[in-house]
Design a binder for this molecule. Structure first.
Ligand SMILES: Cc1cc2nc3c(=O)[nH]c(=O)nc-3n(C[C@H](O)[C@H](O)[C@H](O)COP(=O)(O)OP(=O)(O)OC[C@H]3O[C@@H](n4cnc5c(N)ncnc54)[C@H](O)[C@@H]3O)c2cc1C
Length: 448
């Protein structure tokens, strides 16, 4: 009889790596994680030399659940013999390369991960999941699926995708193919777009025109101010999860820049570079055209190049620009995971902006959920809040999953109220009955 695991992880990227690390020492649970890549990868197409993390390094794969865990970032630093020098930097922000090196260090120490195995389909029979792969089948009572989000490309770009039209995640793979381009368009207003623009300005000697298009009102910073960061603590997640869907939609919009804004350092560097290019550099042929509040409409092939059509969101007029290369830094979307198609009839689908209904312990709501659990990570941004696709609370989420899986309290610190400074709820005892409102006031916010 094949081995049956208590939990089989599908994907062993950043989020399931956190769960694998917490489960690796747990004697009461048998776990194993499968990943299709032969080595751990973390967006290699954007591993730019000077790219920085957008989260504090103490928010690593384990520490917020278990500060004494051997897989903490501090232990990594210590094992690399650079703890003192690290502290002398006086900064908790590290490079993306260092975070990736840390993640590789964790991964290389875990025996509950097999890489180079691609999961194909998931079946459910007699209280057990059968997970088929390109190698063999695996059996488990519970699953944790964390396969990343799907890159988003507009339809007209999908048709033309190739060496000159591509998603930002492929930037470093395609960079040499566009290094002679004279006119480049970048679509998207987040961190990826700004890093690519900086890199092109630094390393493309022949480029004459770069146009940056974003739907946002301006090129806006990541908001990680102190009270806003209280969105990234467990009690706020509880609060957010309890809201009704209309209000969640409002909050999502309002909180977007806490997750998807551009790091202030990057914006400052970019502004400085554009200043240098405009006023200080002699004989610069480069024209950087910044176009916020413009909505991408379509890309068309035109001779050897492309026509990019976008809409000015103020005038509603369509505008056309021509380019030799177009980079879509257009982020991600959550699609229904095709590996679940064989059991899709049993799953409770979400009718909002995410495919699956996900509960407070990151368990999918489904027909046999009382017997066997399917946990998902990075698939409940709509129901749980924008933090869900970030690393900030990854360790906490993993610990919630372990507690739920073991029906125990391996991580008792999770039950301690984290006492947010902001009171998100009012106590019923303070209710004032003198005035009544017919409709919740966020309805006004939505229509404003
Ligand atoms: C460039 C970039 C920088 C970021 N920087 C930050 C940051 O500074 N701070 C922050 O909080 N967040 C950051 N994020 C967001 C977040 O950290 C990442 O999205 C994170 O990698 C998500 O982890 P994941 O496990 O869901 O997905 P991934 O890391 O993408 O891992 C998914 C894994 O699933 C595997 N897989 C997929 N399909 C299968 C299959 N069929 N069978 C087996 N395995 C499969 C893949 O091989 C992959 O290893 C960043 C995102 C990007 C794109």
């Amino acid at each position: 009889m094949e081995q049956q695991y208590d939990l089989l992880g599908v994907g062993a990227g950043i989020f399931n790596l956190s769960l694998a690390a917490l489960l690796s020492d747990n004697k009461s649970v048998t776990s194993h994680f499968l990943d299709k890549n032969t080595d751990l990868e973390w967006y290699p197409g954007l591993m730019l030399d000077n790219a920085k993390m957008q989260t504090c390094c103490i928010k690593d794969l384990v520490s917020l659940a278990d500060p004494t865990n051997q897989y903490s970032f501090l232990n990594y630093l210590s094992s690399k013999n650079r703890l003192f020098q690290f502290l002398n930097r006086s900064s908790f922000i590290i490079s993306r390369k260092e975070f990736f090196d840390y993640a590789q260090w964790v991964s290389s120490r875990l025996s509950n991960i097999s890489r180079g195995i691609s999961v194909e389909k998931i079946y459910y029979k007699n209280g057990l999941f059968e997970v088929t792969t390109d190698k063999q089948s695996y059996y488990a009572k519970n699953l944790s699926i964390s396969i990343g989000r799907n890159r988003f490309l507009p339809e007209s770009a999908k048709v033309l995708e190739g060496d000159k039209v591509f998603h930002g995640l492929d930037y470093l793979f395609k960079k040499s193919k566009i290094s002679n381009a004279k006119r480049i368009v970048i679509v998207g207003g987040g961190q990826t777009a700004s890093e690519i623009l900086l890199d092109i300005m630094d390393s493309f000697p022949r480029v004459e025109e770069i146009t940056w298009i974003s739907r946002r009102n301006n090129f806006l910073p990541l908001d990680d101010s102190p009270f806003v960061n209280d969105y990234y603590i467990p009690s706020y997640v509880d609060y957010f999860s309890s809201l009704d869907n209309d209000l969640k939609r409002v909050k999502h919009k309002e909180q977007r820049l806490t997750s998807d804004g551009i790091s202030l350092d990057t914006l400052t560097e970019l502004y400085e570079k554009i200043y240098e290019n405009s006023f200080i550099r002699k004989n610069s042929n480069l024209n950087v055209i910044l176009k916020p509040f413009r909505k991408f409409s379509e890309i068309q092939k035109a001779g050897d190049g492309y026509k990019v059509i976008y809409q000015n969101m103020e005038t509603h007029k369509s505008v056309l620009t021509e380019a030799d290369a177009v980079i879509f830094a257009t982020g991600f979307e959550n699609k229904f995971p095709s590996m679940l198609s064989e059991i899709s009839d049993l799953l409770h689908l979400d009718d909002n902006e995410q495919p699956l209904k996900v509960g407070s312990n990151f368990e999918v709501s489904w027909e046999y959920g009382h017997l066997n659990t399917i946990y998902v990570q990075n698939m409940s941004r709509f129901s749980h809040g924008p933090w869900e696709s970030n690393i900030s609370l990854a360790a906490w989420r993993s610990a919630k999953i372990v507690n739920h899986l073991t029906q125990g309290n391996s991580y008792p610190m999770l039950n301690v109220n984290d006492s947010p400074f902001v009171s998100w709820r009012d106590s019923d005892r303070n209710n004032y009955r003198g005035l009544t409102n017919d409709q919740p006031s966020y309805v006004e916010t939505m229509s404003a």
